[in-house]
Design a protein around this ligand. Structure first.
Ligand SMILES: [Zn+2]
Length: 207
């Protein structure tokens, strides 16, 4: 209960500060339950429930959930402000057809560890240009299992940010002279990830 009160306080503060997205984080070691390991990096709206092992948890250690999903849980939550287009990738589906496919990549997602960074192909355009990206990733492993990705880029406020995603992720690079990058982590066995980017350059006149 003390644990939940602590997480609940952090939630109130994040909401107060204008955060709109919450992201589940585990302690990242071997004693994390499988159902929670699968949640690492999952983002939902700040008022929404996480779906964990078939149960709805407002936050880790939610006292309304069963002990199976809460006893001794050390998981925590990070808070973010959704980017235009949705940090959780919510509106990515809407935009997929609008953006031309730009490039395809292969990446390695090691078991329970992050793989190497992959720079996203980018003709350098002026820093006054924004670049709209959609990353779509899937496993090429024979025994498909879950994985998460992370992107690092300079946002429209020219601040370097890192965002976690599953499957697809939409983001806007705020400075066309910067190169965004991505990496992947398997939540079980190591796997080959195939990913592609869709991309559109937005000139200063367009915005
Ligand atoms: Zn946990």
């Amino acid at each position: 209960m003390a644990r939940y009160r602590e997480l609940r306080r952090a939630y109130e503060q994040a909401k107060e500060a204008g955060k709109t997205v919450k992201i589940w984080r585990t302690a990242g070691d071997e004693t994390v339950r499988d159902s929670h390991a699968a949640m690492d990096g999952v983002a939902v709206g700040i008022e929404e429930n996480f779906e964990v092992g078939g149960e709805a948890l407002f936050l880790p250690s939610d006292p309304d959930a069963s002990l199976d999903e809460t006893a001794n849980c050390r998981c925590t939550v990070e808070y973010e402000v959704a980017q235009a287009g949705g940090a959780a990738g919510n509106s990515a589906e809407i935009r997929i057809e609008m953006l031309p496919i730009h490039e395809t990549y292969q990446a390695w997602a090691p078991p329970l560890a992050w793989g190497p960074w992959k720079n996203l192909e980018q003709e350098i355009v002026s820093e006054n240009y924004r670049v709209e990206y959609l990353i779509e990733a899937e496993t090429r492993s024979n025994a498909p299992s879950s994985f998460i990705g992370e992107v690092e880029y300079f946002n429209v406020d020219h601040v370097q940010v890192r965002e976690t995603f599953r499957g697809s992720h939409y983001f806007v690079l705020g400075d066309g002279a910067q190169v965004p990058k991505a990496l992947f982590r398997s939540l079980s066995l190591g796997q080959n990830i195939h990913f592609q980017t869709r991309r559109r350059i937005i000139s200063p006149e367009e915005r």
